[in-house]
Design a protein around this ligand. Structure first.
Ligand SMILES: Cc1cc2nc3c(=O)[nH]c(=O)nc-3n(C[C@H](O)[C@H](O)[C@H](O)COP(=O)(O)OP(=O)(O)OC[C@H]3O[C@@H](n4cnc5c(N)ncnc54)[C@H](O)[C@@H]3O)c2cc1C
Length: 118
């Protein structure tokens, strides 16, 4: 796949920021994310989440085509796409909650299990 040049009608992905993390049980971690009302409204009930590698300071994010298609950059990008069910979603408050089951050692489980609050 060839990475399109800027001006190709692709837009950046929506950014959600971690605002809180609560360990509900030893194997379930609730992550609270904040974003624009439009991004949160588009997020549910199924959230297509792009998860960076833990400690990757410069993940190469894909972009989004006008028809909603995700366009990935060429080569290694360090980003994984996973689906989640929004436990609670409040577009007006710009807030969405996701319960991550911490099973296995896949990219999303590692990301959710990391202490990324700084
Ligand atoms: C519509 C939809 C909604 C989803 N909602 C949620 C959600 O709300 N919360 C959530 O935590 N996950 C949810 N998932 C699963 C999620 O998309 C990921 O598959 C999961 O988080 C594992 O991602 P990973 O990158 O850590 O592991 P992967 O790289 O995908 O897999 C790593 C290892 O974990 C194992 N594994 C993957 N999924 C499961 C599972 N469900 N049970 C046991 N072992 C598993 C794999 O067999 C593999 O050994 C949902 C999936 C779909 C399709």
């Amino acid at each position: 796949m060839t990475t399109p040049e800027p001006g190709d009608g692709l837009r950046p992905v929506d950014v959600l920021t971690v605002t809180d993390v609560v360990d509900i049980t030893p194997s379930v971690r609730r992550v609270v994310l904040a974003g624009t009302p439009a991004a949160v409204a588009a997020a549910g009930p199924t959230v297509n989440l792009l998860v960076p590698r833990v400690d990757d300071a410069a993940p190469r994010w894909p972009r989004v085509a006008k028809d909603g298609r995700i366009v990935w950059p060429d080569g290694a990008h360090g980003v994984s796409l996973r689906s989640y069910t929004a436990r609670r979603q409040d577009p007006d408050a710009g807030r969405v909650e996701i319960d991550f089951v911490r099973h296995g050692d896949g990219p999303a489980a590692a990301w959710a299990g990391a202490d990324y609050r700084g």
